[in-house]
Design a protein around this ligand. Structure first.
Ligand SMILES: N[C@@H](CCC(=O)N[C@@H](CS)C(=O)NCC(=O)O)C(=O)O
Length: 205
């Protein structure tokens, strides 16, 4: 059975959401960053990781892409070499290199980095996140989904960043962008993933 390793409420959510979208059975292995379980899978001690038999994959965007290619290539992604796939990859990379920068820098400076390295980055974070939202709004235009007028892993990755940003109380000022995120975050698969993570967290104590 597929295993999703990581701390509930983290980027693990991209993996559990994806697993719910594809409907494959899976188990959550809860662990904290840098503990022995995750260090055995990822030398950086960062999570999440996916275990698929004897195959271990780290980095949430790659995991989501792998699961799409393996279990739902034409539903949640598109064949490699097509323009649709290139656009999906572009949005997935945008999510990880631009949209998540704001919430990630905020988290790093609130509770991830060693205390002596933490700084007040609120202005930087607001600027980074605002700029990324502005760019995303322009890229989406009046479409309901990032690519192809259907839900793909591009929307999943963008939506996860938005949920994280909202939790971190970063402002999303555009009504159009908020409407896009609301519709993506309304996916039943996400609600199921959150329930599974809450169960796993409670069981781990
Ligand atoms: N590129 C990685 C980043 C993983 C990452 O930074 N995970 C965070 C939790 S969401 C973590 O383990 N942080 C611990 C640290 O940075 O020391 C991914 O997308 O999976």
């Amino acid at each position: 059975m597929l295993k999703a390793v990581g701390m509930p409420g983290s980027r693990l959510g991209r993996v559990t959401w994806m697993l719910e979208e594809i409907g494959e059975p899976y188990e959550i292995v809860p662990c904290k960053p840098h503990d022995e379980t995750i260090k055995a899978l990822n030398p950086s001690g960062k999570m999440p990781a996916l275990i698929d038999g004897d195959f271990v994959l780290v980095d949430s965007g790659a995991i989501v892409g792998y699961l799409a290619d393996k279990y739902a290539p034409t539903i949640l992604s598109a064949p490699s070499g097509t323009r649709e796939r290139a656009m999906i990859d572009s949005f997935v990379q945008f999510a990880q290199s631009e949209l998540e920068s704001g919430p990630w820098h905020k988290a790093q400076n609130r509770f991830v980095l060693p205390e002596h390295l933490r700084r007040d980055v609120d202005d930087l974070v607001a600027y980074e996140f605002g700029t990324a939202c502005h760019a995303l709004e322009a890229r989406l235009g009046d479409r309901s989904y990032a690519v192809d007028e259907r839900f793909t892993i591009a929307d999943l990755m963008l939506g996860h960043c938005a949920a994280w940003a909202r939790m971190a109380r970063l402002e999303i000022s555009s009504p159009a962008l908020n409407a896009y995120f609301d519709s993506i975050l309304d996916r039943p698969a996400l609600a199921r993933a959150r329930a599974r993570e809450a169960e796993a967290k409670a069981a781990a104590g």
